[in-house]
Design a protein around this ligand. Structure first.
Ligand code: SF4
Length: 285
């Protein structure tokens, strides 16, 4: 059995929140640079240039990439024989880490206690949204992702008729892009879940949205569908910030899972370009 103290995890989570808030991941800046080169629209080029400049300023000055510092998702991937020491509630420990990171780094606290009546701010950006997985990989991997309200509002679940085909899925996603993408600061990353159940498919869409852009679907049919949807989204001509152009989306990732014979759940998460994620591994001796 290998032990990891909870304090170590809390410190790492706080560190990853700061990193994710200030540093646009390399795959996202790489994609933005690629589309800056290929973009033909004048205003569109300028928006892409400003987004990249914003990323440079945020990193060098340790300022948030966006004023909306998001909901905090924390995923713990627990390897074989790993034991997290310290008694108490994991939620409470990680909430403390989130509150600490948001306060120390002057990140906007955006979470309200009650969704319908008081809508009072919790004041700490808590509770954190925690998930845990048991994996075969050694050590403990901590993944942090921050999702703003605008992009959260561009999340869709559609329980489809199982007789639909890939052309219908492309149309469904492109229709969503046409009607909604300007609400979530394009260029965007399209995270799509197909299959599973209503609850499983939304989780897949979120994890697809946060998957590194360089990692393609291992199933060639879905990899091709990712390419077709990305191309179709960019053919809308909506462009960066909706000002017109060739670059409405900089990536499309799909995750899929088996589903019931009578169902075909589809979830689409339209993730804004300000994609904030960071991860780290703790490997006890
Ligand atoms: S959609 Fe993204 S870039 Fe736009 S305000 Fe929200 S978090 Fe910021």
């Amino acid at each position: 059995m290998k032990s990891i103290e909870i304090t170590k995890i809390k410190n790492k989570v706080a560190e990853l929140i700061a990193k994710a808030s200030f540093e646009l991941p390399a795959d996202i800046t790489g994609a933005l640079k690629y589309y800056l080169d290929t973009e033909t629209g004048k205003s569109a080029k300028e928006v892409l240039r400003l987004i990249l400049q914003n990323a440079v300023s945020a990193k060098s000055q340790k300022l948030p990439l966006c004023q909306d510092c998001g909901n905090t998702y924390i995923n713990l991937k627990i390897g074989p024989g790993i034991c997290i020491t310290e008694s108490g509630d994991l939620q409470k420990h990680l909430d403390d880490a989130v509150a600490d990171a948001y306060s120390k780094n002057y990140l906007r606290k955006s979470i309200v206690t009650d969704p319908l009546f008081s809508r009072a701010n919790t004041g700490y950006n808590t509770p954190a949204l925690i998930s845990t997985e048991l994996t075969n990989e050694t050590g403990l991997k901590i993944e942090v992702s921050l999702k703003g309200g605008g992009s959260e509002n561009c999340s869709y679940l559609a329980m489809q008729n199982p007789s639909i085909d890939e052309e219908d899925i492309i149309k469904l996603v492109v229709d969503l892009v046409r009607t909604n993408v300007t609400k979530c600061c394009p260029p965007v990353i399209l995270g799509i879940g197909i299959g599973g159940t209503a609850s499983v498919v939304t989780k897949m869409a979120r994890s697809a949205a946060f998957r590194e852009l360089g990692i393609r679907n291992s199933d060639k049919r879905y990899e091709l569908l990712e390419q077709k949807i990305l191309e179709a989204a960019n053919n809308t001509g909506i462009g960066p910030q909706g000002l017109g152009g060739d670059t409405t989306a900089i990536g499309c990732n799909i995750e899929f899972a088996p589903c019931h014979i009578a169902t075909l759940p589809v979830a689409v998460f339209i993730q804004c370009h300000s994609l904030r994620r960071a991860s780290s591994k703790i490997s006890p001796p």
